[in-house]
Design a protein around this ligand. Sequence first.
Ligand code: HEC
Length: 246
Amino acid sequence: MTEIPEHLLKRSKEARGAKSDSPEPAEAKSEAAPVDQKVEPVAQEEKVEAPPKPEASYVSSANKRKKIPWWAASTLLFLPLWAYVYVGTLERPPEEAEGILAVGEQVYAARCASCHGANGGGGSGPALNDGELLLVFPSVASQMDWVIKGSDMYGIGNPYGDPAVGRIVGGGMPGWGDVLTAEELIGVILYERSNHGDSEEDAVFAEALEHAIEDGSLMLPGYFDPMTGSIEDLDLLLSPVAEHSE
Ligand code: HEC
């Protein structure tokens, strides 16, 4: 049997209902009731609408005012554009969060490239891609400590990095501990080491770090405190990562 569409069934039911109205008084009663009920809600609606009638002064003055001043109208014209741009900025973070190295790459471009060169070739800051980076900083923690603190906290004339390489603080490297989040800071360092330093080991480390964060064995602070931190502390903090790189 072919199925009869719902709306047709409904229509024929209504038609039947209209015809069989008169013979059965019971149905007439039951139809009368809904009519009464229908009236009530209308009355209620009117009651609900009634209160605003005594207008508050701010309402009446708002009503007297011209609806949209010409200058606001021109601003409103750009509202869709603004919304579009704003939505764009909201959508960007998930892209950034693709991985710790992607975070690091973006931090490098925004914060470090101006002095160290777009590709780490150097500028007012030393080159990072001359093959010395991993010698100056044999461990991730040692490079982190330097970047967290910068020239001023190490003190001009003092050594930094592995003493065997003989780097002496000449000044000009900002401290980043208060500026970058812990994730951004580790990210940019692992990016420099794996990219400029060409270290495969640090690319693996970056992946292991992500796993350690995901499974909760590594808990990063919001920021690294430049005043209280040390290379030993950082080594300890990162120790769970080693278990993930095997
Ligand atoms: C205002 C310029 C400037 C900016 C911006 C800058 N640096 Fe530096 N950086 C320097 C200078 C100058 C030195 C050398 C410091 C010294 O001798 O005291 C340096 C040194 C370094 C070193 C040591 C390199 C070596 O081989 O000795 C690293 C690593 C480093 N910076 C990382 C970074 C990172 C990461 C950023 C971004 C978060 C950054 N720098 C941003 C100027 C800058």
